[in-house]
Write a protein that binds this ligand. Structure first.
Ligand code: LR7
Ligand code: MN
Length: 576
């Protein structure tokens, strides 16, 4: 009896304790799964995007790793230590022929061993950085179409040789329906001999790099997906900083610094750590100088992660589950182009962080031209992809793209409903938010009064950049109404801009030039008076005037006189 009484008493107290614990927990979220209300959505970039997530919530499996051994240097061999090679005279003709096929010097590449040594290009501050003892594993996904043997396999070997073994889950090669013999069974047989698992998957038809990457990603077993182009070389210590950054915050998309492998000599040339990714009105990806404010945010530390508005697209690491959570890629995009900006905007607007990690360097063979066929035509494909980016992510700033690429209005964008729904579902922020918080230095003005052609009231001709570069003269020509070189924005900062360039005058009577916009007013500040239609240069007080008979293509800067030749019409889309 005593035993029974005692046990029931013990059970009673246990029960009371459990009950007390749960009552106390109600509403505080300490029992069971965390509810989303536990993480109130913070408004500013700082709060949302610097919130460090505890990766254990996602069941991460971290591995203990040790440094990859340094790749041995073979001083006698061509191209060692990342040096360039010279093709002997006897092979110049062959080299020329093969250049046309690949748009790089294949003979030079073939002279260099698949596991050549490279110099350690990192800043000294990177070499003694400590990374966590345990890091997530990665699968490296490399897609290719008609890639040459040595460039592809040198990419693979550089990954094998320079990644800590424990962190490299596998390499996944995706063949986007190549038509070269060496990429068939020969490649598969070769991969079987490699010291890490290298899987080859094949697209049933030519689909382009976006869909090929999606196929590769589907097979990834690692915690993190790392994408590389098929003509890269990873340098010492490239992987650890990428993974470490993602381990800190799984919503970070981490890019290495992309160094240059010469398309001619295959010399490895270190790129600047002072550039980041931007884009122009045409929605081309471009490198620009990192502004002072970002240097300051990093406390002047050149080894610290650099927040970049966009990425080049080919080389980056992303947590596998985050890749899908964020909507992977837009399957409506074909062959090549656009996906890099699409992902950049998506990452930022939907609560992630896009960074260049300066301690990670990977080389890439940059080419002047694309060597592939673009079924249906290059411009149609590229314009189609970019139009999808504009339609889904850029809100009213899509107009900059369309006005700069008049042809894009006639290209079918296809169905973008799903991608717009994704944007809604993820609660992504507006493009205005992106411009304000992530990319205030953008070529696309945050606030502007006007976007369109600027027509002279007397001559009926339009201002025209004539496709000229920074430092060259502004032109004027017959209004064609197609946009492109005749599209200008009049901004709230009183710039008259066309893409990267602004109207600029440094003396009283001109000339009026196109100069890279600096955003500091000065010679680039103009006031447009809607009532008398004058465009007055603020510094000199003079007005923009139609060209005279000496040169009919050169607009002038002259004392304001109210004449018709000084009247300019900006009326198509005024947004005063
Ligand atoms: O139809 C195709 N199918 C493919 O599998 C066309 C290409 N590809 C493969 C190709 O073999 C290569 O491995 O896709 C990869 C990228 O193609 P590239 O090397 O022709 O592209 P790129 O280096 O000229 O261009 C950059 O922009 C592209 C836009 O779609 C991709 O995002 C590339 O990955 C990207 N490359 C880089 O970011 C490296 C740095 C270049 C810059 C700037
Ligand atoms: Mn490439």
């Amino acid at each position: 009896c005593k035993v029974i009484l005692l046990t029931s008493l013990v059970w009673f107290f246990v029960g009371v304790l459990v009950l007390m614990y749960y009552t106390e927990c109600v509403g505080t979220g300490c029992c069971g799964e965390k509810k989303s209300e536990d993480h109130p959505v913070a408004e500013s970039l700082k709060e949302v995007q610097e919130h460090v997530v505890d990766q254990r919530e996602y069941g991460w499996n971290f591995k203990r790793w040790s440094r990859a051994p340094v790749v041995k240097d073979h001083p006698g061999r061509p191209g060692e230590m990342g040096k360039g090679v010279t093709v002997p005279d006897s092979r110049q003709a062959e080299a020329k022929e093969k250049f046309k096929i690949n748009q790089f010097n294949l003979v030079a590449s073939d002279m260099i061993s698949l596991n050549r040594s490279l110099t350690d290009v990192r800043l000294s501050g990177c070499k003694d950085k400590d990374y966590p003892e345990r890091l997530p594993t990665t699968s490296v996904v490399i897609v290719f179409h008609n890639e040459a043997w040595t460039t592809l396999l040198r990419t693979v070997w550089s990954v094998i040789n320079r990644s800590p073994k424990a962190l490299l889950e596998e390499i996944i090669l995706v063949d986007d329906k190549s038509e070269r013999d060496h990429l068939g069974s020969q490649l598969e047989e070769y991969c079987k001999t490699l010291p890490v698992p290298v899987h080859v998957f094949r697209m049933p038809q030519r689909s382009g790099l976006i869909r090929a990457r999606l196929l590769g990603a589907k097979h990834v077993k690692g915690q993190v997906i790392t994408f590389l182009d098929a003509h890269c070389e990873c340098t010492e210590g490239w992987l650890e900083p990428l993974l470490a950054r993602i381990a800190e915050n799984r919503k970070t998309v981490a890019c290495p610094i992309i160094d240059v492998i010469s398309d001619d000599s295959f010399e490895y040339i270190t790129a600047s750590d002072m550039t980041w990714g931007g884009f122009n009105w045409k929605l081309n990806f471009r490198w620009y100088r990192v502004p002072q404010r970002e240097m300051q945010r990093r406390g002047g530390d050149r080894t610290a992660p650099l927040r970049t508005p966009t990425m080049a697209g080919g080389l980056f690491s992303i947590d596998r589950s985050y890749f899908y959570e964020l909507g992977s890629y837009d399957e409506g995009m074909d062959i090549w182009g656009g996906e890099n900006l699409e992902m950049s905007f998506r990452v930022w607007q939907c609560g992630g962080i896009l960074e260049i990690i300066p301690c990670s360097h990977v080389g890439h063979v940059f080419r002047d031209k694309s060597p592939y066929s673009f079924p249906g035509g290059v411009s149609k494909i590229v314009l189609h992809n970019a139009a999808r980016v504009a339609e889904v992510w850029m809100d009213e700033w899509r107009e900059f793209y369309y006005s700069m690429n008049p042809g894009a209005r006639n290209v079918k964008v296809g169905n973008v409903t799903e991608r717009r729904e994704l944007r809604k579902k993820l609660g992504c922020k507006s493009f205005r938010w992106y411009l304000e918080n992530v990319y205030p230095e953008s070529q696309m003005p945050l606030d502007y009064y006007f976007l369109g052609e600027i027509r002279n009231a007397e001559t009926q001709n339009c201002l025209d950049t004539m496709g000229r570069k920074s430092g060259e003269l502004l032109g004027v020509s017959y209004c064609h109404g197609l946009g492109g070189n005749q599209v200008f924005a009049y901004t709230k900062r009183q710039q008259v801009m066309s893409d990267d360039n602004c109207l600029d005058a440094s003396s009283q009577n001109g000339p009026v030039k196109l100069v890279r916009c600096h955003g500091m007013g000065g010679n680039q500040e103009w006031t447009y008076d809607k009532s008398d239609r004058s465009i007055r240069h603020k510094n000199t007080g003079h007005c923009l005037q139609k060209p005279d008979h000496t040169d009919s293509s050169k607009p002038l800067l002259r004392p304001c006189d109210g004449s018709e030749g000084q009247q300019w019409v900006m009326e198509s889309k005024f947004k005063w």
